[in-house]
Design a protein around this ligand. Structure first.
Ligand code: AHR
Length: 502
């Protein structure tokens, strides 16, 4: 059996893990909103039309912040179409996705939904067809108490209290040719800077996210990020990263997608450091990984000019859930730089939750690694010092066969080790040194694995891919040095008790 060693030490702390690392995303796209979170005639819906079977799962995932309303959609969206009496809201062509937007759901409904789901909003403003002034008006509508045109309009529309949205994205993927009103880095940076000034004058307490490159494959990567930051460094709090993964070459390469995510974070982190030095700024701009997931982008759907058609409804497999585990480890291991992230997306569209119109709800395979990391990955991230066998991948070069992350919650007296074993053939024996913690025991070992990597959950067979348990007595503990047998192709969540902080 292959051997690996690792050490985690209570004093080797990467950083506090921000809760916002477990954020997600709802776009006006496909059935994310309509028949996703919002379906007035559904049996579980409340008087506002919010599906409570969905809210229950969003609460279980404990998603602290949700990005809205796009995505590509936002670059052609006039947010005022989505406010006021439902009957007078216009139906529009959505040019981003070639659908019809009926606007019966807008920012006021989303604010009510977010409250019901116990989550915060990360709002995006339109910097495609929209102007900096429109962006400022939206902040005024949402956050100003009352006594002005836009804030009084919100009150008139039934929301006496401001929505108090604290985080705002300055547009979306403005480097992309697919974006409505794509801009050059310089033109975007100037427009975003003027929007930022207006938005912060309206509400100085808000945090702003500038558009970084929409992927590391863009020809302008990472120059786009550098130029944008040179104009915006002192005006924004975060720079965005986006990345989607799919099986493009071998299964081994797909499993090692975390290497690319790590590379992206380190490269853009370097650009931030460079710009900080160049501008002489004292502040640290953080990263917002506000679109990440597994997405089989080559699959197209035929849906032109329908309202809320089925689009990008992935049926995620066991393999996809393993890949997601690896990506989650990378986010944790970089939590000193990545302070927010959004799993794109939350319901129906490339999502861990699938709904049937008028019917039931399904947890996709990827629901589970996200749930486990959201539940047990809070607190502080610990550095995992490891020596593991490696393989040579086609896309990413050398990759460790084990991808790991460790988190510690001293108040609760717990440490969790997350491990993805990407080895296609073998189990790996991991010698884990936890002696620095004092008396340590394994509480639970959850595992996702199986013979069929293509297995998926369906409404007919909803538990085809769910976590199981490894009996903890199969692991030995020699004075805080554990011997863990990690099955081939498995995602593991191993929870330990440690002495609680005094
Ligand atoms: O999440 C789906 C789409 O992917 C978003 O609208 C866009 O920002 C990205 O290209």
């Amino acid at each position: 059996m292959k051997q690996a060693r690792c050490l985690i030490d209570k004093n080797y702390i990467i950083d506090d893990i921000n809760d916002e690392l477990f954020g997600s995303f709802i776009e006006h796209l496909g059935r994310a909103v309509y028949t996703g979170i919002y379906e007035p005639k559904h049996p579980t819906s409340d008087s506002k039309g919010f599906r409570h079977d969905v809210i229950k799962l969003v609460k279980e995932l404990d998603v602290p912040i949700v990005r809205y309303p796009g995505g590509n959609f936002v670059s052609g969206y006039n947010w005022t179409d989505g406010i006021g009496p439902a009957k007078s809201r216009p139906k529009r062509l959505d040019l981003a996705w070639h659908t019809i937007e009926n606007n019966s759901f807008g920012i006021d409904e989303f604010a009510d939904w977010a409250r019901a789901a116990g989550t915060e909003i990360m709002a995006a403003v339109n910097l495609g067809t929209g102007t900096p002034q429109d962006a400022g008006y939206m902040v005024e509508y949402c956050n100003h108490p009352d006594g002005t045109y836009w804030s009084d309009l919100r009150v008139q529309n039934g929301h006496t209290e401001p929505h108090n949205i604290k985080t705002w994205c300055l547009g979306n993927e403005m480097d992309g040719h697919w974006q409505i009103c794509q801009l050059s880095a310089e033109d975007y940076a100037k427009k975003a800077r003027e929007a930022a000034k207006i938005m912060k004058w309206v509400d100085p307490s808000i945090k702003l996210v500038a558009c970084g490159s929409s992927s590391s494959r863009m020809p302008s990567f990472p120059d786009w990020d550098r130029i944008v930051l040179e104009y915006l460094y002192d005006h924004v709090d975060y720079l965005s990263l986006h990345s989607y993964y799919e099986e493009e070459s071998t299964t081994e390469d797909f499993l090692a997608s975390f290497i690319n995510m790590d590379y992206l974070i380190r490269t853009v982190g370097g650009v931030i450091d460079f710009t900080k030095a160049k501008t002489g700024s004292k502040k640290n701009v953080k990263l917002s990984f506000d679109e990440w997931n597994i997405w089989y982008q080559k699959k197209q759907s035929d849906h032109d000019w329908q309202s809320a058609p089925v689009m990008f409804e992935e049926s995620y497999s066991l393999l996809d859930s393993l890949v997601m585990g690896g990506l989650l480890c990378t986010l944790l291991n970089n939590c000193d730089r990545v302070k927010m992230a959004s799993l794109a997306q939350l319901v129906n569209v490339i999502a861990p939750i699938t709904t049937k119109p008028g019917g039931g709800i399904l947890k996709q395979s990827t629901y589970y690694p996200f749930l486990q990391v959201s539940k047990y990955g809070r607190g502080k991230a610990l550095k995992v010092l490891s020596r593991t066998p490696v393989i040579e991948t086609k896309q990413w070069g050398e990759a460790p066969l084990l991808q790991m992350a460790a988190t510690m919650n001293e108040e609760a007296g717990s440490v969790t080790l997350f491990v993805l074993n990407t080895d296609i053939n073998d189990s790996i024996n991991l010698s884990l040194d936890m002696r620095s913690f004092g008396k340590t025991e394994i509480i639970e070992h959850l595992i996702m694995n199986g013979d069929n990597l293509e297995a998926t959950n369906t409404f007919e067979n909803p538990e085809a891919v769910v976590p199981g348990y490894v009996p903890v007595n199969t692991h030995s503990n020699d004075g805080g040095v554990f011997n863990l047998n990690l099955q081939k192709l498995s995602w593991n969540t191993i929870r330990f008790s440690i002495p609680k902080a005094e």
